[in-house]
Design a protein around this ligand. Sequence first.
Ligand code: ADP
Length: 500
Amino acid sequence: MNVFSDPMQRLNPGVQSFLKQPMRLLIDGQFVDACDGREFETYDPATNSLIARVAEAGVADIEAAVAAANRALVGPWAKMPPAAREAVIHRLADLLEKYADDIAQLESLDSGKPAAQIRAVDLELAIGALRYNAGWPSKLHGQTIPVNAPDMHVYTRREPIGVVAAIVPWNFPLCQACFKLAPALAAGCTVVLKPAEQTPLSALLLGKLAMEAGLPPGVLNVVPGFGKVAGQALVEHPGVSKIAFTGSEAVGKHIVRTAASDLKHVSMELGGKNPNVIFADADLDVAAATAAMAIFFYSGQVCAAGSRLMVERKVYEQVLDIVVAETRKLKLGHGLAADTALGPLISADQFARVSGFVERAKAEGVECVIGGQKPGGDLANGHFLEPTILVNASDSREVVVEEIFGPVLVMQPFDTIEELTARANNTGYGLSAGVWTKDVSKAHKVAAALQAGTVWINTYGQFDSAAPWGGYKQSGFGRDNGEEGIEKFLQTKTVWTHCS
Ligand code: ADP
């Protein structure tokens, strides 16, 4: 049967039965309706058809969730020995592994991303984040400090920072939730998780599994809802100590300004306009094929997308030909179909935004070599956009400097390293970059010169829960993953004891 005619029929029985249940908020260990009974709808972006109605958190629900998280912060969770806390986090990872195929299908339906890719990438990263951070509780030791004053014993304690508001976007819903939840739990914090309004479902399933894993009530609360209401209420709430945010630069800046009123701790993972640089001495076949996936993976809805491909002039045409050939191979389709390489954009708004960039660029004389159209047939009702390659764009064009967050690659030639690094750095963003060359010293020289939180050499888009991830400049501050990933959920207490 054509997947577009009834995608729900493609779902595993476990996902079908999950979707038959009411989609409620998780507050204090209970699944509850919103106080005012409001609900919102979540749609399949590949067909534009309704998947489910979901309880919509309002201000009163945020109040209840934050109160529950504050109670849990000083309840059994605070007294749990490190080994027990580690075990709970591992049990949650076990459950994600057990239900990985179901979760991938649910996430695919809600986000449009190919289920097989979610299973291979998002689930592995989410499970990896839980497993990596599960090891921390027993290792969060302070220090003894040799102070100058006599008869003093001074030591430090590493304590949880408090209630964490984890506010996450729609492009990696489960994965981003776990990047924040895992270290927050390991640090002993409690969490109110607000998934994006476009993709609330996997967070609710995560909440259900967290309860099954034995997380005490109130340690994880899940509050689907809209940014301007539920998100804003969380950011303003005095009972929240820390905001861990991934999303757009505009909302990130707004949150920082709001959080300044009571000096909440904030960490921000924002957007990127990531230069992917190919030198003439690179393995061009591998570099160019990877460059196509670096931008088109998840239809370019990835903050790390290699959206600006800069190629040394003497091999520019050759690389362009390979990237175009690779792009032609990418099949658009429903995320639940096994042969789909690229899914739709998340929403009609996102489609309008991305295609607006393409249309304005074309009107300004930028050349579109491939793509740029909305496909018809089975794909006509979804928010699909063909993978698009733009060339002949000068550095000042918005498609060169702005984050498009869609399947749109801009290719530009360069001549020298100095020119390349100056141009690549001439953007407000600084999230990630790629460098392709067989010359080791050139690779490291360019990696050092690029202003980016992550640089990939002769590879692209690698992640690991042990490797810090975050931005320079307006791509944000604070790091997810690795040791720095847990640091931001801890605070240090210094204890002085007079012992004469
Ligand atoms: P995107 O462009 O990826 O949709 P957004 O920054 O709009 O990114 O959204 C990321 C997350 O931030 C979502 O969960 C959204 O609901 C939330 N959000 C949006 N506006 C606000 C706000 N004013 N306060 C708090 N959270 C918000």
